[in-house]
Design a protein around this ligand. Structure first.
Ligand code: DGY
Length: 325
């Protein structure tokens, strides 16, 4: 019997691509550039499975096209799925899977990295070194703030939020507070206090880190009111999705020093960066590197493969994305 066909929208690490080819007829995007809507429509029409990433917008047109051709399943290379129209997948009975767990540690590490970078002013320090501007050591040179003994506010205590909490609690003795839409009654290995709303979280946090999903439900959840509720000395960190923050409001808050700084790994219109952001000294930015380690990117590929193999063997999957809201 012919192997099922899989279209992979962006290049994966070599080990994962090799493994995929053992079980499937694979079409790769050799140019590794984001594909157009037309190209994605054709791809899903002509293949049993589509393996997209966060850099693809999978809208109803693409899903409908798959349904009218060979398309049966979308196996996302990544944990977040707000770039996929799940209502359309529901309507056309297309299964969707993602890659939870395997990127939790890498993303939590990068969250701590951003907390340290922005609070210890690493951007300004590196700028001085690179531009031969370092005036030499002095007791008041580029003073930052410490993580140790501070309060970390976590917006969304899912897998990644919990991994950040552990690092902050055990590594930096931070006090953990969190806000989650649903009540969390988990026995954590760390002490954590659940607060009733986002404003209470802002009022008491020295660092506020975002770990909720993106998409319509949380679009611009961090708006001017929320930013106003933060302490003037606090830092905002986002390694989740860019659209959760209203970028213009954040820019104003940074410009007026109504918060101390921000560390962002994700942006509303990736890969475009709001031009205003380039002027902000108290903003540290990374280009969506949360899961970008060799170990994790291989593991993400292997997870897509496991889901696809199970689907084509049994009709079931390991990591279903729930379609009903
Ligand atoms: C994800 O998995 O959702 C990341 O943002 C991309 O790796």
């Amino acid at each position: 019997m012919d192997k099922p066909s899989v279209f992979v929208t962006r290049r994966w690490p070599e080990i994962a691509e090799k493994e995929l080819k053992k079980y499937f007829n694979v079409t790769l995007n050799h140019g590794d550039k984001a594909l157009s809507n037309r190209e994605l429509k054709d791809a899903f029409y002509n293949h049993d499975a589509l393996a997209p990433t966060v850099s693809d917008t999978i809208d109803e047109n693409i899903i409908k096209s798959g349904k009218s051709g060979k398309g049966k399943i979308i196996s996302n290379y990544g944990v977040g799925f707000s770039h996929i129209d799940l209502e359309a997948c529901q309507k056309y009975k297309i299964k969707v899977t993602n890659t939870p767990n395997v990127l939790t540690d890498a993303t939590a590490d990068l969250t701590i990295l951003l907390m340290l970078m922005v609070s210890r002013r690493s951007k300004e320090g590196e700028y001085q070194i690179n531009n031969n501007l370092w005036p030499g050591w002095s007791p008041t040179h580029l003073l930052g703030s410490e993580l140790t003994n501070k309060t970390l506010g976590i917006l969304g205590l899912g897998r990644i939020g919990q991994a950040v909490a552990k690092r902050a609690y055990f590594g930096f003795n931070m006090k953990i507070k969190f806000f989650n839409r649903t009540k969390k009654n988990i026995n954590f290995s760390f002490k954590a206090e659940q607060v009733d709303n986002i404003y209470d979280l802002c009022k008491s946090s020295d660092f506020l880190t975002i770990h909720c999903p993106g998409g319509n439900k949380n679009k611009h959840l961090i708006d001017q009111d929320v930013l106003d509720a933060m302490k003037k000395t606090a830092f905002l960190i986002n390694t989740a999705r860019g659209d959760i923050i209203c970028e213009n409001s954040l820019f104003e808050a940074l410009k007026n020093n109504s918060i101390a700084g921000a560390g962002l790994d994700v942006f509303e219109n990736e890969p475009e960066i709001n031009p205003k952001f380039l002027k902000a000294q108290n903003l540290t930015m990374l280009p969506h590197l949360g899961s970008a380690t060799k170990e994790t990117r291989n593991a993400m590929g292997l997870k897509v493969i496991d889901n696809l193999r199970k689907f084509f063997d049994t009709g079931d999957v390991i990591d279903p994305v729930p379609l009903v809201k």
